[in-house]
Write a protein that binds this ligand. Structure first.
Ligand code: ME8
Length: 509
């Protein structure tokens, strides 16, 4: 079985993750589930990034030790990932012993090789972002990432020879356009960062303690990004001397899914670190766009954060999954407001999908006592329905291969839309009135079978809804192969009673 290793960024344990952070794990989950459906041996890793000065300060503010603080936040993050029904295989933490030990070994190996050296660092430092900046990188004299004040700072530090990898990186990114997607991000990295010249990277700190100590010089802790990025290899058993079987099986990762703001770290630092260790690079990095709320950047400290678990409580998990997966296109930011969410919920989930399933199963109950029936009485309208349904698999697959998840969902919903049109075209209630039972059997069968196929393709995005449709259809024909053929629902089987999937939200006046 072919393997597929997908990872998300590991979330900072600086606070509760907002809906934007949660979007990423849902997106990864949809891709992971789809690959499993296709028969891949999937390894899906997510987790938390727990070291650094910012977290040390936050813990202190709350009168907690850093470890107490990160334990609480990490379990909150895991709880939200679980609430959103995400099927990760391993939840890793940078405070895990296996990770800490390997980071120390990695640091030592790079040092022994001469890729890390000790020097004096002077620069402008942004504490919340834990980043040194040069004068020219500042925007209006402030941190280009968060817009806050920076201050002069000087310390003895270890440096990684990033400059040594400049040409190799430029060539690699130019020659492998698929490595970093979307294309706009790759151009940005090449033109704004790599071509102007890479400076060596400061990879240790002495100004705080909450980090992994450099074992041969313990007043230094390892820079958070060297600590964080290596999570992708340490947790599957990378070891500088003796990598595990799991590592040999799953590495290189097939996809690192990350947000657009951290593409720089993943497409510049990470390849250089891996080359320094003589390890293959991941196959692909995808820098997804952002989710905005009311067209504004979501910030934990801006007071406009919306949380996935609150939304899920109000609208249901699958409604939230649907919204974020559907509303964030491949390369542009998406927007979230309660109004838009409710609009989508009513039009797509309650109307197009929910109504269709409920009407069809109810008609089957009313006309055929819940028993799956069929006949030979076909009509030309059937062909168009069946063609639409049967061509969906290939289209969804193509979208997923290109990581166009929003488009993939649209392809699935096209099945349901076509079914609704088919109901209008065939008017089953008139067939019933005319006692045209045989034609009616065919029409309802075609609808039920189209819904089954739609539910198989829906599974990766809305797993609970897909499962509920299968339950009502009382079918075990749910595999990816089962939709290569139209006609798998067995005549004579009894369906379960209809039950609404999504209750319409009535707008308060
Ligand atoms: O960056 N919409 O952690 P993090 C969509 N620890 N995605 C968003 C977003 C938004 N509004 N805001 C943030 C870190 N993200 C590091 C990662 S990986 C070795 C270390 C994304 O908790 C963000 O781009 O700040 C990142 O991919 C993820 O959420 C976690 O962000």
């Amino acid at each position: 079985m072919e393997k597929y290793y997908i990872s998300t960024a590991i979330a900072y344990t600086s606070g509760k993750p907002h809906i934007g952070n949660t979007y990423e794990i849902i997106l990864a989950d949809a891709i992971a589930r789809f690959k499993r459906l296709q028969g891949y041996d999937v390894y899906f890793q997510t987790g938390t990034d727990e070291h650094g000065e910012k977290i040390e300060l936050k813990a202190k503010d709350q009168g907690k030790t850093p470890k107490e603080f990160v334990d609480e936040v990490a379990s909150e993050i895991k709880r939200i990932w679980d609430t959103m029904n995400t099927s990760y295989d391993r939840f890793v933490r940078t405070t895990d012993e296996i990770h800490e030990k390997q980071v120390q070994k990695i640091f030592k190996k790079m040092y022994d090789k001469g890729d890390i050296y000790l020097d004096e660092y002077k620069g402008l430092y942004c504490t919340p972002c834990e980043s040194f900046w040069t004068e020219s990188q500042l925007v209006d004299g402030k941190c280009p990432d968060c817009g806050r004040e920076v201050s002069e700072k000087s310390e003895q530090a270890y440096f990684f020879r990033l400059s040594k990898y400049q040409d190799r990186l430029e060539n690699f990114l130019t020659e492998n356009p698929n490595f970093l997607q979307p294309d706009s991000r790759r151009n940005e990295m090449l033109n704004n960062f790599i071509k102007p010249g890479l400076q060596d990277l400061c990879v240790s700190r002495t100004s705080f303690d909450w980090g992994i100590p450099v074992d041969f010089d313990p007043k230094h802790v390892v820079y958070v990004w060297l600590d964080a990025l290596t999570n992708y290899i340490t947790n599957i058993g990378y070891d500088v001397d003796n990598p595990s079987e799991e590592f040999k099986k799953y590495w290189p990762a097939d996809l690192h899914l990350i947000g657009k703001d951290i593409v720089r770290f993943h497409s510049i630092y990470w390849p250089a670190f891996l080359w320094s260790l003589d390890i293959e690079l991941p196959k692909q990095i995808f820098g997804h766009p952002w989710l905005l709320t009311n067209n504004d950047k979501i910030g934990k400290s801006r007071g406009n954060a919306i949380y996935a678990d609150d939304l899920a409580e109000q609208y249901g998990v699958d409604a939230v999954r649907y919204y974020v997966l559907h509303e964030i296109p491949f390369a542009n930011d998406g927007n979230l407001t309660y109004d838009l969410l409710e609009e989508r919920y009513n039009s797509d989930l309650a109307n197009i999908l929910g109504n269709l399933v409920n009407r069809t199963i109810s008609m089957n109950k009313k006309y055929f006592d819940n028993i799956v029936s069929n006949s030979d009485i076909t009509d030309t309208v059937d062909e168009d329905l069946i063609n639409t349904v049967m061509s969906a698999k290939g289209k969804v697959e193509k979208c997923m291969d290109d990581l166009r998840v929003a488009d993939a969902i649209d392809e699935v919903f096209n099945i349901f839309k076509r079914c609704n049109k088919y109901i209008d075209e065939t008017t089953p209630w008139i067939l019933a009135k005319e006692e045209n039972k045989d034609r009616l059997k065919k029409v309802i069968y075609n609808l039920l079978e189209s819904i089954r196929i739609g539910a198989v393709l829906l599974h990766s995005f809305l797993p609970a809804t897909s499962g509920e449709i299968f339950r009502q259809l009382n079918t075990t024909e749910t595999s990816y192969d089962s939709i290569n053929e139209f006609g798998k629902l067995k005549v004579g089987d009894t369906l379960n009673d209809p039950k609404p999937l999504f209750i319409r939200i009535e707008k308060e006046k």
